[in-house]
Design a protein around this ligand. Structure first.
Ligand code: SF4
Length: 470
């Protein structure tokens, strides 16, 4: 009898074409790129190369697009360098025959938001993207990871990629989540527990009732931040929730292809008795709304906590890291996290800009008026349309939030949306590194509901108390 396999082993084995020393050549079923892929196209042009399978490559204008007045078109982008990035992707996709979800396209959006919406993300495949948060797509039960420019070049011209096989880690989150706790809190709690390098060299399979009871959008939030724990990828076993989400989407299999794909997808979950290289367990019932206080996602605590002292570091290096984080974030040890005043709020990014995120934020926005600037940046044009059809835009604008156009925006601050030096932001994005949202900007990562609560009170706030009127 064949030995029990993990889902990761099954997918890896099925996509392995050749092996040499400690590397395997994998077939890449789908490749996602964005405006930052210009070097790849430059090299292809210089070498006279063609795209091996252009129908397996999908391009998204997201990182550089403005999040206001998109209806005015690419030509109206004020900064010529930013405009050039969008124009170059447009021209290259035309030249190489690649489907481009461009600004103005009704299906445009962030690659990790619009990709799943289009059925580009399906179970059982190897999917590689030109962005480290490609781990998001593993929520569908596939192997999805980010790659650099030279690797994307290799995929574009061969549809394959050499990879060293990572180890497998299983993270179980048992029991259902309590009131006021979101998928974002789960992944922040995981990273706080295992550390920002805790999953280095591993792919993570998430399991347990807290995960299996999540919607696809919530699973995407968790998988999205696998990279922030050092993981190469994150994945959740596909189930009926997954199949229902994928069915009927533009690039999902159809008809007889759907039937055979579904039969295969049902074989993907890890076998009973499959052995993982590492196992971690959390109790989902114990997770609280989380907030980061420092300069990497490991620096996270329940909102009921206090800013730690460098003395809390487990060794000299960690003590120095905490001291450095406190200096950058301008925080004093012992301060209550829910006393930290915030200058602005960003609800968006591939972690938390989907319709369920906006609904959660809107429920909180109904409780008051924003005291500080608060942006809502939907992850895709589809989400923006659907949210407007539900009236969410009106809830936000009535509460003083700003309703913007889709894109990466303040997640990475390369489209011109950025914090000013010293500004403090409650953000639903995925990275709180120094300067990530703009030089000198200070980021506190939170869930959409927590971000909306911060907008209403002007400080980091326990959304559970706000919701209960405490
Ligand atoms: S939202 Fe942020 S992390 Fe996600 S794709 Fe855009 S820049 Fe990357």
């Amino acid at each position: 009898m064949a030995s029990a396999q993990t889902m990761f082993d099954k997918i890896w084995q099925r996509h392995a074409i050749a092996a040499e020393q400690d590397e395997t050549l994998l077939y890449v079923a789908r490749c996602l790129i964005h405006e930052g892929s210009s070097h790849t196209f430059d090299r292809m042009g210089k070498e006279g190369r063609k795209t091996a399978e252009p129908d397996k490559v999908f391009a998204f204008s997201d990182h550089y697009v403005p999040t206001t007045n998109q209806r005015n078109g690419i030509g109206a982008i004020g900064d010529p360098k930013i405009r050039n990035m969008v124009e170059m992707l447009t021209a290259n996709c035309r030249k190489y025959g690649i489907r481009h979800f461009n600004m103005g396209d009704p299906d445009q959006g962030i690659l990790h938001v619009a990709g799943p919406e289009q059925g580009v993300s399906i179970p059982g495949i190897v999917l590689v993207g030109a962005d480290s948060h490609t781990a998001t797509h593993g929520a569908f039960g596939n192997l999805s990871f980010g790659a650099g420019a030279s690797e994307i070049y290799h995929i574009m011209v061969t549809q394959t990629l050499w990879q060293r096989k990572p180890k497998a880690m299983r993270i179980r989150v048992d029991h259902r989540l309590p009131f006021g706790v979101a998928a974002k809190d789960v992944i922040l709690a995981i990273i706080a527990k295992i550390g920002h390098g805790g999953a280095s060299g591993h792919i993570i399979e998430y399991a347990g009732e807290a995960l299996t009871s999540m919607t696809m959008e919530q699973r995407m939030t968790v998988c999205n931040m696998s990279i922030e724990a050092g993981g190469r990828a994150g994945m959740v076993a596909p189930d009926d929730e997954t199949f229902a989400y994928v069915h009927g989407r533009a690039y999902a299999p159809k008809g007889a292809d759907w039937d055979s794909a579904l039969a295969h997808w049902k074989t993907l979950p890890s076998d009973d008795g499959a052995v993982f290289d590492a196992e971690v367990t959390l109790d989902g019932a114990e997770v609280a709304p989380m907030v980061t206080w420092g300069i990497n996602p490991e620096h996270a605590l329940p909102i009921t906590g206090r800013v730690p002292s460098p003395d809390a570091g487990r060794d000299a290096a960690t003590k120095t890291e905490i001291a450095d984080a406190l200096e950058y974030m301008d925080l004093k040890p012992g301060a209550a996290l829910d006393d930290i005043a915030i200058d602005r709020v960003f609800i968006g990014s591939c972690t938390n800009s989907r319709i369920e995120d906006l609904r959660a934020a809107a429920e909180v926005a109904k409780l008051g008026k924003a005291k500080i600037p608060a942006w809502i940046v939907p992850g895709s044009a589809t989400i923006k349309r659907n949210a407007e059809a539900e009236g969410l835009d009106r809830v936000f604008t009535a509460a003083g939030f700003e309703w913007r156009d889709p894109g990466c925006s303040l997640c990475t601050a390369i489209n011109g949306d950025m914090l000013r030096p010293g500004e403090r932001c409650a953000s639903t994005s995925n990275r709180n590194f120094k300067g990530r949202q703009g030089l000198g900007g200070r980021t506190h990562l939170v869930s959409p509901a927590m971000a909306a609560a911060a907008a209403i009170t002007g400080k980091l706030t326990d959304v559970r108390k706000l919701a209960k009127g405490a």
